[in-house]
Design a protein around this ligand. Structure first.
Ligand code: LLP
Length: 423
């Protein structure tokens, strides 16, 4: 459930008319709903009630500090994957003790930063990384709390570009080698081996892969403990899928159904669980609003050319992702629907948000709303075609605020430098 609904024929974000935001900030722009964010976080956290569990929001899904802070105020920690995300999480008010650091290529600088900040744990993705952390922590005279990320070799049944738990993926340590590497970690100077971590992929609509992976994780914990090794934390990643629109054939499992899998597989284990949901918390809490620039009657189809491009929302181009797209003006009941392709202004055929959508007639100048754009939307934007980065707006009841300014074209161009020989 979200808080983007029609009222008196126009779309509102909570109690703010999108048309009013458009008037003030121009188009395109992202809008996030505080009420939806809060609701999603609570539904997820409540589903885990009774378990010893820390929810660390995967900041990569949406790194806006207003989003992070909204969640931190509700008690969320953060899962970060770069020094930049770590800085954002800290600045947004997440307690260092509630931050985990994942990612396969942490630099020395990032490792130092994490150790200086005193975060909860670093999720280690390989043996060379483990050695590097040991060296750096020893140099710094400190001890690094780490979890070993396990690659459980489970097929997540999701898009290949967002699957992470198969042996051929670059993530984690093969589960068959975890015992050996954990034993080594337990002895290494500067390392405190605290537990295991895993994340098998994103937008999972089938719970079975979670079940398989968590059973494997539970077995590994038992095996390590049987050898006298201490395992206090088990980070089970994110990945729960969400509905993207009316054509989703599979219904996304509910947080309660997902939590039941966690209980079934891990509740007797006596570990602190860490969960890293991203999309589930923020996906449906955000939309991208754009304006129709032209309605072009092509030879074989009608194109709605909008002022947002693939640089603003890359998901349809990159993963063939479906986003529901609706007019900001509520369609009148019984209105004739026509087939349209919704495309951006960028000079690539891939700059297509949707093909063959049934929409009521819209005119140039009308606003269109791309739904479920709160996760992996703004964070994956670029300035391709020297386009401004669009602003992000947060709504809270009847108030709204710009939570990221538009990055203007002049600011982008001002970063260019001409070398001496071209002056
Ligand atoms: N933890 C780790 C270690 C991750 O790599 C990810 C996502 C998450 C947690 C959060 O997963 P979520 O709960 O959001 O599914 N750009 C793609 C998604 C990439 C996901 C990468 N990792 C998209 O737009 O679909």
């Amino acid at each position: 459930m979200d808080h983007f609904t029609y009222k008196n024929g126009r779309m509102f974000a909570e109690d703010v008319a999108l048309a009013d935001i458009a008037k003030q900030v121009g188009t395109p722009f992202y809008v996030y709903s505080s009420a939806t964010l809060t609701r999603h976080y609570k539904v997820f956290a409540d589903a885990l009630a009774g378990l010893d569990a820390l929810v660390c929001f995967a900041v990569k899904a949406n790194s806006n500090q207003a989003v992070i802070r909204t969640l931190a105020k509700l008690g969320a920690g953060a899962d970060v994957v770069s020094g930049g995300e770590l800085t954002r999480a800290l600045q947004a008010g997440v307690k260092p003790g509630n931050i985990v650091f994942s990612g396969v290529g942490k630099s020395d600088g990032e490792i130092r930063m994490a150790l200086r900040a005193g975060i909860k744990q670093i999720n280690v993705e390989s043996e060379p990384e483990l050695d590097r952390i040991s060296t750096i922590a020893t140099e710094m005279g400190t001890v690094a709390p780490v979890a070993l990320r396990v690659n459980p070799d489970v097929d997540a049944h999701t898009h290949e570009k967002i699957s992470t738990g198969k042996l051929e993926n670059k993530f984690g340590i093969e589960w068959t080698r975890v015992h050996e590497v954990y034993t080594k970690a337990a002895k290494l100077p500067g390392i405190e081996a605290r537990g295991l971590a895993m994340h098998i992929g994103s937008q999972l609509l089938d719970l079975q892969p979670f079940r398989d992976a968590y059973v494997r994780a539970g077995d590994l914990v038992a095996m390590l403990r049987a050898d006298g090794l201490s395992v206090e934390v088990l980070d089970i990643g994110g990945g729960l899928g969400i509905p993207y629109g009316e054509t989703d054939e599979t219904i996304a499992p509910s947080p309660d159904q997902y939590a039941q899998v966690v209980r079934d597989t891990l509740s007797g284990l006596d570990v602190e669980l860490v969960l890293e949901p991203g999309r589930m918390i923020v996906g449906n809490a955000g939309i991208l609003v754009s304006r129709v620039v032209y309605v072009k009657e092509g030879a074989t189809r009608t194109f709605l050319i909008v002022d947002a491009g693939m640089n603003d929302l890359i998901r349809p181009t990159l993963y063939g992702a479906y986003h529901a797209i609706v007019p900001e003006r509520e369609p009148v009941k019984g209105a004739t629907l026509i087939d349209v392709d919704i495309v951006g202004p960028i000079c690539e055929t891939g700059d297509t948000f949707a093909k063959g959508r049934r929409l009521p007639h819209v005119n140039a100048g009308d606003l269109l709303v791309m739904r479920t754009a709160g996760a992996y939307g703004a964070v994956q934007s670029s300035t391709y075609n020297t386009r401004a980065l669009v602003p992000e707006v947060m709504v809270n009841d009847s108030q709204f605020a710009i939570v990221r300014e538009r990055l203007e074209v002049e600011d982008i161009i001002a970063l260019d430098r001409l070398p001496d020989w071209l002056e």
